[in-house]
Design a protein around this ligand. Structure first.
Ligand code: ATP
Ligand code: MN
Length: 471
């Protein structure tokens, strides 16, 4: 059998509105065997999945096939096949169409004695050890398609809104912000470090100074916003935070829009439109995957997301949130007081119990937020905003940026930051300064939110966490 390039994705074969045109005609599909069932009537049923959709295509393989005994009866879970056949209306339940095979070519067998993904269910922990095979399971196929849809929606949304996609550096030499949680990038020989005056001599390093993997593209994003008007970045982000939680990775993907002439309310509205766009697209275009998450992972998730679309997001100041938490009568592990950073338990109480939906908190104490956030007239709070959602907690962190040079310089001094390290950032305030604002959304947290997947390690193909960089 020669390999033509005219095979049809199973997602199309399973969609009656598309596939009707192939009824009674010869088509070809390619994929992996999910199950095989042999019937006494002289044929076998194969369930084929090619990744293009959650559901499989049922293929009827008659024993008249030349390689029926030698190949078909030996097909096991995980084998790969190229199947030619005729598309028919299915008499069975659960599918409109099935394929009657006229030729089956096996491109690769999978030994049932050694192939790890047998029919029995495996825990997500176990599947993490088989990250190279887990995309072949129902759950990880669905997660992968949803993640893809969210990425696609991201580009569609920002492009529709006139934002330019820009690429900010992954290697950065500004170690100032979040220095404690940055990964060092070096070509210096670690067993023979050049030492000068008791310290590592970084002038001999690749970049002539210390370099790190980026924790955020924001500062560089601001540069482009202050020229292009509206920009967004979408790239990998690295944080060496040693927190083994279900919401933190050492390598994750972040989307960071930044817009000139935006103030905090514009920023909040942008975040709300963006989140709703992604949810709407997922519900619409990943309906079958979402039905699976609703049934098997988080009952009710589809209806909950539907409701989110219908209502404006709640807004609440940090100060009000602290009052609500203090009045809640809840026992929190970390006590709440004005000035304290909110912990995940507090965020989840606010969004899951109190609001029962997404909430945007704003105007946080200056002391717990970054130096670049615009200070309010009360001199105590900054124009920060966090978007919290049920099940996840913080999904977006953002702010209006300080555009006044003198105020920014004061804030940097108070934070012990050196002007010369930020000379280019300060220039944005020296030449044609504008009010501007932006935020960062963690893609993996968004995938968790829409799928209900509990552990962030299960919504990225190859998770990097403390002690784990396999694959
Ligand atoms: P958290 O308090 O949850 O650690 P953060 O305040 O450090 O979050 P930001 O610096 O505001 O987060 O980053 C913006 C967004 O990036 C967050 O809202 C979150 O969605 C995502 N994010 C931050 N850290 C991580 C991480 N380690 N793994 C995955 N996503 C992350
Ligand atoms: Mn963090």
């Amino acid at each position: 059998m020669t390999i033509s390039n005219e095979w049809i994705p199973i997602v199309q074969v399973r969609d009656a509105s598309i596939a009707t045109k192939w009824l009674g005609k010869a088509i070809e599909v390619r994929g992996w065997v999910r199950t095989r069932r042999d019937s006494k009537g002289g044929f076998s049923f194969l369930e084929i999945n090619d990744g293009s959709s959650f559901g499989n295509l049922q293929v009827v393989a008659p024993n008249a096939l030349a390689n029926y005994e030698s190949d078909v009866l030996n097909l096991s879970v995980g084998s790969s096949v190229i199947i030619k056949g005729v598309l028919k209306e299915s008499p069975g339940e659960g599918q409109s169409f099935e394929m009657e095979a006229t030729a089956i070519q096996v491109t690769g067998h999978a030994d049932p004695q050694t192939y790890p993904l047998q029919k029995k269910r495996h825990t997500f922990e176990k599947l993490r050890e088989w990250a190279h095979l887990r995309p072949r399971t129902n759950t990880f196929g669905a997660v992968t398609r949803v993640r893809n849809r969210l990425s696609y929606s991201t580009h569609q949304f920002f492009q529709d809104e006139g934002f330019f996609y820009i690429h900010t550096p992954i290697i950065t030499a500004s170690d100032c912000e979040g220095a404690g949680q940055m990964f060092r990038v070096t070509t210096l020989p670690l067993d023979k470090l050049p030492i000068k005056e008791g310290k590592v001599d970084s002038s001999q390093d690749f970049f002539g100074k210390p370099a790190f993997l980026t924790v955020s593209g924001q500062l560089e994003g601001e540069v482009y916003a202050c020229a292009m008007g509206k920009i967004y970045t979408f790239g990998p982000t690295f944080r060496a935070e040693n927190s083994n939680t279900t919401r933190h990775l050492a390598e994750f993907w972040m989307i960071e829009p930044e817009a000139a002439f935006y103030e905090l309310p514009d920023n909040m509205a942008l975040a709300e439109r963006y989140l709703k766009r992604m949810i709407r697209d997922c519900l619409q275009d990943c309906a079958e995957d979402m039905e699976f998450f609703d049934k098997m992972i988080q009952p009710g998730v589809v209806e909950t997301l539907q409701l989110v679309l219908d209502k404006p997001f709640e807004h609440m100041s940090y100060t009000k949130a602290v009052e609500v938490l203090l009045a809640s009568g809840q026992k929190f592990e970390y006590p709440v007081h004005w000035g304290a950073d909110l912990q995940s338990e507090h965020e989840r109480y606010l969004t899951e119990t109190y609001i029962k939906g997404p909430v945007i908190l704003y105007d946080y104490p200056a002391a717990i937020k970054s130096f670049y956030m615009r200070i309010n007239d009360d001199q105590k709070t900054v124009r920060a905003m966090d978007v919290l959602v049920p099940g996840v907690g913080e999904i977006i962190g953002g702010s209006q940026r300080e555009e006044r040079l003198d105020v920014l310089l004061e804030r940097m001094a108070a934070n012990g930051l050196k002007e010369e390290d930020y000379w280019w950032y300060l220039d944005l305030r020296r030449f044609g300064s504008v009010p501007h604002a932006g935020f960062g959304l963690g893609l993996e947290r968004m995938v968790q939110y829409v799928t209900g997947m509990v552990n962030i390690r299960d919504v990225i193909p190859f998770p990097r966490t403390p002690g784990n960089a396999e694959f």
